[in-house]
Design a protein around this ligand. Structure first.
Ligand SMILES: Nc1ncnc2c1ncn2[C@@H]1O[C@H](COP(=O)(O)OP(=O)(O)O)[C@@H](O)[C@H]1O
Ligand SMILES: [Mg+2]
Length: 266
């Protein structure tokens, strides 16, 4: 479905590459997680896939979606693909929603971008999309402005927005980082449920190894712009080969222990 071959990305001539010679493939229906500390090049990689790198950035190697080279694709064709087949869940729900447009209208704009559907006909589709991501009273909530919703509800709106055109590939860059731990768990459950019922592929980017082990069947570990390890989740958990992967797992276990200790304290 998605195939990156020998991809290197440099932000400006003279800078050292933010991503060096990365090859990744995501099969139909597969959920691949990319983990790595902040600054390891994860977001740079997603921006390259979505052709949203700043001007002056250079991408070497090829990024192909269903055999089509995204780098060579016309802007018009890419826009279409981007709004219909490849969806993205951004990290910051507040920054990603327009503050002065009701959430229902924002969903409608996404729906109408590539389909001729009347605004009246959009209403039931929008209400269903909101209900599906667990938003109560969708007929009321579609009239809300983003600031009238909680962080978790806003992230649900963004998930509804990313799913409304029924994409085949979902790219989620730190989709739960901005949320409270309990809300994070709910959003992850929701994502998993949606992926299961739609058979979508996903590339999930996060610095949180706990999140990927829960959701993904394969894990890619990045460090300093390179892949240090790539393998099935079970294998990586049982037998991490690279010291950096072991370090990530150890840090994640410490975090879990600390949370549990806190939980049992009176
Ligand atoms: N717009 C930019 N211009 C120049 N360098 C950037 C830009 N965005 C990110 N970088 C650099 O690229 C590297 C990778 O960053 P990023 O992809 O954001 O990492 P991650 O998402 O893993 O935290 C970092 O060294 C970062 O400083
Ligand atoms: Mg990032």
């Amino acid at each position: 479905m998605l195939e990156l071959t020998d991809v290197s990305i440099t932000y400006r001539a003279g800078l050292k590459p933010a991503v060096s010679r990365i090859s990744i493939s995501v099969a139909d229906g597969e959920r691949v997680g990319i983990v790595g500390e902040s600054g390891s090049g994860k977001s740079t990689l997603t921006s390259a896939i979505l052709r949203s790198l700043p001007k002056g950035a250079r991408v070497d190697g090829t990024i192909a979606y269903q055999g089509q080279d995204l780098g060579q694709m016309s802007a018009g064709r890419f826009r279409e693909l981007r709004s219909v087949e490849i969806a993205r869940i951004p990290q910051d729900p507040l920054a990603s929603l327009n503050p002065v447009i009701r959430v229902g209208d924002q969903l409608r704009h996404v729906l109408q971008a590539h389909r001729s559907i009347s605004s009246r006909d959009c209403i039931p589709v929008i209400e269903e999309a909101l209900a599906e991501v667990g938003i109560p009273e969708p007929e009321v909530k579609r009239m809300a402005f983003p600031h009238e919703l909680s962080g978790g509800m806003r992230q649900r709106v963004l998930i509804a927005m990313s799913l409304i055109n029924e994409p085949s590939l979902l790219i989620a860059d730190e989709p739960t980082t901005a949320l409270d731990v309990t809300v994070q768990a709910q959003i992850l459950d929701l994502l998993q449920h949606e992926l299961d019922s739609r058979g979508m592929s996903m590339l999930l980017i996060t610095h949180d190894i706990g999140v990927v082990t829960e959701v993904c069947s394969r894990i890619i570990v990045m460090r300093h712009g390179q892949i240090v390890e790539d393998g099935p989740t079970e294998e990586l958990l049982a037998n991490p080969k690279h010291p950096y992967t072991r370090q990530l797992f150890a840090a994640a276990r410490m975090q879990v222990d600390a949370t549990q200790k806190k939980a049992v304290q009176p």
